[in-house]
Design a protein around this ligand. Structure first.
Ligand SMILES: Nc1ncnc2c1ncn2[C@@H]1O[C@H](COP(=O)(O)OP(=O)(O)O)[C@@H](O)[C@H]1O
Ligand SMILES: [Mg+2]
Length: 396
């Protein structure tokens, strides 16, 4: 099963592109699920699904067309389906602290529960081979990153905190239950956590496997959006995910030059040039601005036609190697940049803001660094098998 994850800033067109990609994939004969992981769901709206026909309350995949299913993860359903004991315990605690029933239930929804629920489904579909491809319509960038980093965080919790918490609680429960105003979590609470964790087994490896998971960033040709896209690109990479394509949505057509949009078009063209050089060799594809919103199957079909011209096979695995990665070897931070085209020669390195600029001959690349590395300076660089290895260290 392939997993295609669409992320980007709010409002750039993630849902439209994800939905249309789903349409395209289903037409290619693949069993396709488009799943919304954005708590502000708009997938059903993009498909113009009438309520009654599509029942978001069941939160189960809904068949829109042969081979094409849509699912919106509904937290209310998930609380009952996957989080019963955990939410139940939290609600009890919150009630004890004086909250009313409804508020307590509302507060028992923890950040991340929705994302984790989506991940439980993805893992289930993968194991049961229910679909050939799952297209994830993600929340804006920051939340998507939380989504992909969740398994690692959980893993840490399960290894370090969970066993201790459970042991300590079992030891003190008889005593504390008599004195404490707050009820302690029952064993079923821990059983629930453990069960969920077991069901997530393997998902982190899957997300980091470029043969399975590809991240596609949707963006607009605007400077502010570009900055966020560059950061997203770096951070997805840092989490070990491969970004194998960018979709620049709402590009103004040439005729816009003859209108009051002339200046916007001009500026978009500049940003587009910058994008191509920044993200190379990752392809940057352009989707024009339409006269109308992309709502309903008919318009999604048209967007799907266009996407098909840009990329006839969205499930093809095109990038198996990451353009650059961050590493730590023998206590030294390294940035490893794949440079299949670089020739041996003078390598120029300097920092510019939080970017590392690498120059090899006429070749120049800006690499956005994660905050933990941004305060360091390049110490030396070597070539290792078509990879430029830059060592970073404290400034002296
Ligand atoms: N290329 C386009 N031309 C015109 N309208 C678009 C285009 N792409 C998206 N839209 C519209 O813009 C709005 C926001 O798009 P949406 O896909 O919901 O963004 P996101 O999911 O990133 O928040 C929707 O009303 C959508 O129909
Ligand atoms: Mg959306």
């Amino acid at each position: 099963m392939r997993i295609l994850l669409y992320s980007g800033k709010g409002g750039v067109g993630k849902t439209s592109v994800a939905a249309a990609t789903g349409v395209q994939l289903a037409r290619l004969g693949l069993r396709t699920l488009v799943m919304s992981v954005d708590p502000a769901h708009s997938l059903a709206d993009a498909f113009a699904l009438r309520t009654g026909l599509f029942d978001a309350k069941t939160a189960d995949p809904f068949e829109v067309r042969p081979n094409l299913y849509v699912q919106e993860v509904n937290i209310q359903v998930e609380l009952k389906r996957h989080w019963r004991e955990i939410a139940g315990y939290l609600t009890t605690v919150l009630r004890t602290s004086g909250l009313g029933d409804v508020e307590a239930e509302e507060m028992a929804i923890l950040p991340g529960m929705e994302e984790l629920s989506a991940m439980l489904y993805v893992n289930q579909y993968r194991k049961q081979e229910t679909y050939d491809v799952v297209v994830l319509d993600c929340a804006p960038t920051a939340e998507s990153l939380r989504f992909v980093s969740m398994p690692t965080t959980l893993d840490w919790y399960m290894k370090h905190v969970f066993p201790m918490e459970r042991r300590v609680l079992n030891a003190v429960r008889p005593l504390l239950n008599r004195m404490s105003p707050v009820e302690l979590p029952a064993d079923s609470y821990f059983a629930n956590i453990k069960e969920l964790f077991t069901r997530l087994d393997g998902i982190d490896t899957v997300l980091q496997d470029p043969q399975v998971t590809s991240v596609r960033l949707v963006t607009n040709a605007e400077r502010m959006v570009l900055r966020e896209t560059q950061r997203a690109f770096v951070y997805f990479l840092l989490h070990g995910l491969s970004v194998d394509g960018l979709i620049v949505n709402r590009v103004l057509p040439e005729e816009a030059s003859q209108s009051f949009l002339a200046a916007s078009r001009e500026s978009q063209q500049q940003v587009l040039e910058e994008m191509a050089s920044y993200f190379a060799p990752v392809p940057v594809r352009q989707v024009p601005m339409f006269a109308q919103e992309v709502v309903g199957l008919e318009r999604l079909d048209r967007l799907a036609d266009l996407l098909h011209e840009l990329d006839p096979n969205p499930v093809a695995v095109t990038r198996t190697e990451r353009p650059y990665s961050f590493d730590r070897r023998n206590g030294v931070h390294q940035v490893r940049v794949a440079m299949p085209f670089a020739e041996k020669g003078e390598v120029g390195l300097f920092m510019k803001g939080d970017e590392l600029v690498v120059e090899v001959g006429v070749f120049r690349r800006h690499i956005g660094l994660p905050t933990t590395l941004a305060a360091l300076v390049p110490l030396r660089a070597t070539f290792e098998d078509r990879t430029l290895v830059v060592e970073l260290g404290e400034p002296t």
